[in-house]
Design a protein around this ligand. Structure first.
Ligand SMILES: [Zn+2]
Ligand SMILES: [Zn+2]
Length: 334
């Protein structure tokens, strides 16, 4: 008697870049539509009490883009409660077996004018300006002393860590490369040395051919659900061509990036009932070394799961939707 083929309850998938395993466990899962049923904690803050609506109280902007009426539309201001700040030097020292250095760097906030409109709801030209602001500040900060890495990220919703409801992104320029990016960089380098090809190019090529994990594409960018998604509905935006350095993005490509970003965020907002999310940029460090093997991209992580004991203890993240299902669901949302 032939042994009955049992459908596996879960699948471990290997991330080519980070070398982490993720668990796709659809057994306990909900169908994609069910993710839309959650209720988000809404933080209400009247515009009159909002620090970003009252920009003048926040000190002089380091950058401002104005609309036709001469009003600021996108502004970059120093963070009032910086995680990294300017000071004399790193002041590296030991305390017994421990090492300490000062948190030297820059921490800025990129604010869009409308108090309520999320990035997904903004018009294309405004999103374009947000990308302009990311790039302009990047180019400025990368030349500062002691800046080796610049992190650009955006938190949407209280559950994703946004303490002020008014939409804003953050830019942190710091002396070291964060461990998450370091893993991504090293993984990409090892793959390149072994295979003579960029791991991201390889994945994009395969996924575009395969089609099942593609959410959206235009001429220059592809939006996909990664094969080894760390959580349900994880999204990545990649330039189709191999580019290591975000800050060198061509003027003519920014419109297409704005479009890919808007469409990704809108599909998520519509399909998953405006979930809290984080997105961030992964790009080559700004420490003057060569990172030609790297391929910059944006990662968007909706808060569809919280880390519990298993994830904390093992580092293995559990996604309860197959990336192919997630992509199909988001692809069809108009
Ligand atoms: Zn506001
Ligand atoms: Zn590449």
């Amino acid at each position: 008697m032939a042994a009955e083929q049992k459908k596996p309850t879960s699948q471990l998938r290997f991330d080519l870049v980070s070398k982490d395993w993720v668990l796709i466990a659809t057994g306990r899962a909900k169908r994609p539509e069910e993710f839309a049923k959650h209720e988000r904690i809404k933080v209400e803050m009247a515009a009159k009490d909002c620090p970003f609506c009252n920009l003048a109280t926040q000190g002089k902007p380091v950058l401002e883009y104005k609309d036709e009426a001469g009003q600021w539309e996108v502004a970059v201001i120093p963070n009032k409660y910086p995680a990294f700040a300017q000071s004399g030097g790193l002041n590296e020292r030991a305390e017994g077996p421990y090492s300490i250095m000062d948190g030297v760097g820059y921490h800025e906030v990129v604010v869009t004018r409308d108090h309520k409109k999320s990035l997904a709801e903004l018009e294309m030209p405004q999103i374009h300006k947000v990308i302009d602001a990311y790039q302009e500040r990047y180019l400025e900060l990368m030349n500062e002393k002691l800046v080796n890495y610049i992190s650009i990220f955006h938190n949407h919703g209280r559950e994703a860590g946004a303490s002020i409801a008014h939409p804003h992104s953050q830019i942190i320029a710091m002396p070291l490369t964060d461990p998450d990016l370091q893993g991504s960089i090293n993984g990409s380098r090892i793959f390149f040395e072994n295979q003579g090809k960029c791991v991201h190019c390889k994945m994009i090529e395969w996924d575009m051919e395969d089609g099942r994990r593609i959410i959206y594409e235009n001429d220059k960018f592809v939006v996909l659900a990664p094969f080894a998604s760390r959580m349900a509905f994880e999204i990545r935006i990649y330039p189709k061509e191999h580019h290591a350095y975000f800050e060198r993005i061509k003027e003519g490509d920014k419109n297409q990036l704005a479009e890919a970003l808007k469409i990704s965020l809108s599909k998520m907002a519509k399909g998953l009932n405006d979930p809290a999310y984080n997105f961030f940029l992964h790009t080559a460090p700004a420490d003057g070394k060569n990172y030609d093997h790297y391929h910059w991209h944006f990662e968007i992580l909706p808060k569809t799961a919280i880390w519990a004991g298993f994830e904390m203890g093992t580092g293995i993240e559990i996604s309860t939707v197959e990336p192919e299902e997630a992509a199909k669901y988001l692809r069809e949302i108009q």
